[in-house]
Design a protein around this ligand. Structure first.
Ligand SMILES: Nc1ncnc2c1ncn2[C@@H]1O[C@H](COP(=O)(O)OP(=O)(O)OP(=O)(O)O)[C@@H](O)[C@H]1O
Ligand SMILES: CC(C)(CO)[C@@H](O)C(=O)[O-]
Ligand code: BAL
Length: 286
């Protein structure tokens, strides 16, 4: 059975008797669920006895002028999908329940990792993610928490949060779920027009092309890497996107300083296509 709670107190009461002998997993979401989210719930079920899915469009992670008001809110359809996949609890609080004072005076800042990549164009975004995820961890006290690798930087920031605030939580990153044509599933894909949707998989293709070049050993120096990156940005922009950033980093998101020998890198990209800012990434082991 899938039960929905809107209050922190009632969810805590429901979970309390289960803690003694059940493993609890948390899957945090902003709702408008698609197969990417459902894959995380299925992964959660493999690692825990009880799965809690939070659905909360978190205002503190939206910047001024972003899509907080228009972000799709589809709780009824989401609930049906979660019943079908047999999630145990849905936590769907109101903004007042989560933030008695708005904006909350307490902050959870992630430092330099939150100012790079997506943080350059969304400078307060990860501070909002930091506080809401900290609250969700404190409310649910899960044994396991599942996040998607589509939001690669977010997962890296949450790894740092778990380490620095000593949360006793096992973090698991779920693989990116894609449409058949390669586009990473995302709630914001619905902002695309039909023509833009047809062009959208080009982003993934460009990332794959760059991955092939990296794997063939062409990034022998900082300069060589930079020129491959610039080639990719030009190719993506030529398809009608406006690249926000495309960077190659070590998989912990530190800058690359070693070019010889075995390397574990990640290509991370964000690009605007019409009203949608699309994210993608690919890990590359060289
Ligand atoms: N295609 C996907 N594959 C795997 N995980 C995903 C995918 N899309 C989203 N997730 C994960 O689901 C969780 C909730 O994400 P969220 O509700 O913001 O969905 P979203 O589709 O990414 O929305 P948005 O378009 O706002 O970025 C996050 O951990 C996110 O990384
Ligand atoms: C982790 C999260 C649920 C926090 O609001 C959100 O950033 C998301 O959906 O990725
Ligand atoms: N999945 C990322 C949530 C956001 O862009 O706010």
């Amino acid at each position: 059975m899938t039960t929905t709670y809107n209050s922190i107190k009632s969810l805590r009461e429901a979970l309390k008797p289960l803690r003694a002998d059940k493993k609890i997993a948390l899957v945090p979401t902003m709702g408008n669920l698609h197969q990417g989210h459902i894959s995380l719930v299925k992964l959660a079920k493999q690692h825990a006895d009880i799965v809690v899915v939070s659905i909360f469009v978190n205002p503190t992670q939206f910047g001024v002028g972003e899509d907080l008001d228009s972000y799709p809110r589809t709780l009824e359809a989401d609930t049906e999908k979660l019943i079908e996949v047999e999630a145990d609890y849905i936590f769907a609080p109101t903004v007042d329940e989560m933030y008695p004072i708005m904006p909350p005076p307490t902050q959870v800042l992630a430092g330099s990792i939150s100012q790079m990549l997506c943080g350059k164009s969304r400078p307060t975004h990860f501070d909002g993610v930091g506080i809401v995820v900290t609250k969700l961890f404190n409310i649910v006290q899960p044994d396991v928490a599942i996040f998607g690798k589509k939001d690669y930087q977010q997962l890296a920031i949450i790894k740092q949060l778990v380490r620095d605030l000593s949360f006793d939580i096992q973090l698991i990153g779920g693989p990116i779920v894609r449409a058949e044509d390669g586009l990473a599933l995302s709630s914001r894909n619905q902002y695309l027009t039909e023509t833009e949707r047809a062009a959208a998989p080009e982003l993934h293709k460009a990332v794959q092309d760059l991955a092939v070049k990296l794997q063939s050993g062409r990034a022998t120096s900082e300069t060589a890497l930079q020129s491959l990156i610039e080639e990719s940005i030009t190719a993506i922009n030529a398809k009608g996107f406006k690249v926000d950033y495309l960077e190659v980093r070590n998989q912990d998101l530190t800058p690359i300083t070693e070019f010889a020998g075995k390397q574990s890198w990640v290509i991370a990209v964000a690009a605007w296509l019409g009203k949608a800012r699309l994210l993608d990434n690919q890990e590359v082991d060289i």
